[in-house]
Design a protein around this ligand. Sequence first.
Ligand SMILES: [Zn+2]
Length: 334
Amino acid sequence: MRGDTSSCAIRRFLVAVLLCFGVVGGATAGAKLDDPTVSLAFVGDIMLDGIPGDTVKGERDPFAHFARILDAADIRIGNLECVIASEGRAERKPFTFRADPRTVNVLKGHFTALSLANNHTGDFGRAAFSEMLNLLEVQKLSYFGGGRNLAEAHAPLLIERNGLKIAILGYNEIFPRSFEANHDTPGLAWSEDEQVITDIQNARKVHHADLVIPFMHWGLEHEPHASARQRRLARTMIDAGANAVIGGHPHVTQDIEQYKGSPIFYSLGNFVFDGFKDEDNITGWLIRLEMDRKGVHRWQLYVAHIDHQGIPHPASPKARSCWQRGQRVGAICG
Ligand SMILES: [Zn+2]
């Protein structure tokens, strides 16, 4: 029931915006843009095993319906909720996802970088994780939140566009913790508050980033509201210097908050994922941030409906809603 899904998503979004913006408030009214500017698109979980994997094997593109919206952003980022490898053996856990190496080429066609910090990139062991790093590097598709050792996993991905240097960090706090990188073993970046704060501060001090965005894998599955833990850490990250916080993992979208002028999108929900039927699970968000040197000056949201093959379709070619600097309450635009 596509119509029901859409109205449900819009209703939830409006409630989230009214609740959060109404209480916390926005930035300075009438503020001017601080040139230059850069646009970034973020999507949630991309799982390329199962039917979406078969789609790629059939030489069809799971991202085709969102190509125009993705391509319109200077920087395009998603969470890779699987390992990409031909080797490895499934870990003992309820769900394990492994995508065919040919998916890298399809991802490269749409994304600037992928987060590896989640509870599935380690599903087929460290050798498969390393194979994925090699495959991504060969195709020159950037990644963050994971690496060949602990230092690499915690290093920011630095992207320069339009004269701005953007640091992207990725962290996972969903078990198993055994997927974490070690001093000399590959894996992902685990979300430890103290380390996250240090990494954000270093992105500015050591790497001279103008803008810093952490992409989190956190929260309770199928829970539409962020937990106290998520809220506390998100605010701590902004206090440490993050300009926006993006999250995922719950398989549903969660509420949006504004803190000290910076937006927090607690969960973008699924993006490419099969096997879900409930409306909440087959509705995801693409968030488009427009940023200047001071941070986010405007954001827009596109609703994705995920079909029974796990493929996302835009609810509308236009953004459903937006916020811009100076507004206290979110407004519908488009
Ligand atoms: Zn997850």
